[in-house]
Design a protein. Structure first.
Length: 159
């Protein structure tokens, strides 16, 4: 098996987001799309659109509100929105940090509790590059960019 194939396998196993983080990313993109249309979207619609249980989605949305990624609107026509002027400033790393923290940038490719340059695991140097690339991608990808892809039908939130 080539080094690239091994690293790809490690990446799939160890750099995956939590289920909550996956739902949070999808929910944020959906709320951003609705906000671009000047619409507020309710919890049930978000849960349905991202394929998440309503109660779990409520907890996720609470974290997104707490971290100022989305805001809640009270009342019978309330729900969640994003500030339209801020949609292009919010990047994926903010959503990931809000739900999973920054551990994804420090994890070991073999799942060891402690792994660093002074006591590296066998794949440490190669895996560190993957983590750095992932962090760069998350920091450089805006929610606006992803919502735009969704709006024009190039991307999807669920299958």
């Amino acid at each position: 098996m080539s080094d690239l194939r091994i690293l790809y396998t490690f990446t799939k196993i160890y750099l995956m987001f939590s289920k909550g983080c996956e739902y949070a990313i999808r929910a944020t993109i959906y709320v951003a799309l609705q906000s671009q249309r000047n619409q507020c979207t309710n919890l049930k619609a978000i849960a349905e659109e991202v394929g998440s249980p309503v109660a779990f989605t409520a907890k996720i949305m609470q974290q997104l509100v707490k971290n100022n990624i989305v805001y809640s609107v009270m009342g019978p026509t309330g729900g969640f929105q994003m500030d339209k002027e801020r949609i292009d400033q919010v990047n994926l790393s903010e959503v990931v940090n809000a739900i999973d923290g920054d551990a994804i940038y420090r994890g070991c490719g073999l799942g060891l509790e402690a792994c660093d340059a002074s006591q590296p695991c066998p794949v440490h140097d190669k895996f560190a590059k993957i983590r750095d690339d992932l962090q760069k991608m998350l920091e450089e990808t805006s929610i606006y960019e992803l919502a735009t892809g969704l709006e024009v039908g190039m991307t999807f939130l669920k299958r």
